[in-house]
Write a protein that binds this ligand. Structure first.
Ligand SMILES: C[S@@+](CC[C@H](N)C(=O)[O-])C[C@H]1O[C@@H](n2cnc3c(N)ncnc32)[C@H](O)[C@@H]1O
Length: 301
């Protein structure tokens, strides 16, 4: 505890950058940090071990990357009605994706993945980074080893994604504000997902250090937006951080201990809640991982 004779601890750079700014200007304030090259304040420089383990532990069940879509029921008239069913990749969104490690992790595990960033500088950095990282995968599936768990069987995972040439989904980065719809128009080009990652609803949204980056007054808006962006039965995956910080203290990052339940329990069912065995050093022993299923028609919950 600080005594009167000790100077108060210096305020973190992030906290002083955001203090005294009204919440509606925070998105621009994040963009300014990207433009002044200060992303090392939050960039962990590696994919999330907790997300990798979750995707691999649930690869055959909750987090299977393929969906089966009912076709128009016509079949081909020779008794092979099964052809009317179409297998396609599920679609994932990472809002506030930064350099895009989580977008690549999801794509390398078979999802078509969209990264969303308010900052144009971040989107350029993410596109360049993804191009370099995904080029590696053409030299063999193990070339991207840091995106997989040690025991993950890449060949088995690919075999399960029947009929697709590659085990890697598409990657697309959009510039836009999570809270408005303008960036969704970019994804309308191909509702079938045969070209760009198409459509306005997602099967999965992943949040790491996005909620904690937002001013607490925006949290109810965050929860409503998550609900609107997910299809019924879609999953919101949250790596909850920072859990060690008193939620009354200034951010970002704003402490989130106890926050997710209050925001999500009325519209989502919590399907998984675990302390991840592996996570970033800064969250080891305190991070929690939660998976929330959006309730609503057709979700079977
Ligand atoms: C703490 S950083 C985390 C970045 C990334 N998730 C990571 O782990 O490296 C929060 C990110 O959210 C972005 N951001 C903030 N407000 C946003 C908004 N309204 N819409 C989209 N992105 C936003 C910022 O530009 C920043 O890159």
């Amino acid at each position: 505890m600080a005594s009167d004779s000790q100077p108060p601890a210096p305020k973190g750079r992030l906290i002083s950058h955001f203090e005294n700014r009204p919440a509606p200007s925070h998105a621009k304030a994040w963009s300014d940090l990207w433009d002044s090259g200060e992303d090392s304040l939050w960039d962990r420089g590696m994919p999330s071990p907790a997300l990798i383990d979750l995707l691999e532990n649930y690869q055959d069940t909750l987090l299977h990357p393929m969906a089966t879509q009912e076709g128009n029921g016509n079949g081909n008239g020779n008794g092979n009605e099964g052809q009317a069913r179409k297998r396609k990749r599920k679609r994932a969104l990472v809002p506030g994706c930064g350099r895009g490690y989580d977008v690549l992790t999801l794509a390398l595990h078979g999802f078509d993945a969209v990264g969303l960033e308010i900052s144009g500088t971040a989107v350029s950095a993410a596109r360049e980074f993804a191009e370099r990282e995904l080029q590696l995968s053409s030299s063999g599936p193990r070339a991207n080893a840091k995106y997989f768990g040690e025991d993950f069987d890449v060949d088995r995972a690919r075999a399960r994604q029947l009929g697709l040439e590659t085990g890697t989904g598409k990657v697309h980065f959009c510039q836009g504000d999570f809270f408005d719809d303008s960036w969704l128009a970019e994804l309308d080009a191909d509702e079938d997902g045969d070209g760009l990652v198409g459509g306005r609803k997602f099967d999965l949204v992943y949040d790491y250090t996005f909620l904690c980056a937002l001013h607490p007054s925006q949290r109810p808006h965050w929860a409503r937006r998550m609900r609107d962006l997910l299809r019924p039965g879609g999953l919101l995956v949250c790596l909850e951080f920072p859990m060690y910080k008193d939620p009354a203290l200034p951010g970002p990052p704003w402490g989130v201990n106890g926050v997710h339940w209050g925001l999500l329990a009325s519209e989502f069912s919590r399907r998984v809640y675990v302390r991840p065995r592996r996570t970033f050093e800064v969250g080891t022993g305190t991070d929690m991982l939660s998976v929330w299923e959006r309730r609503g028609e057709g979700c079977g919950c």
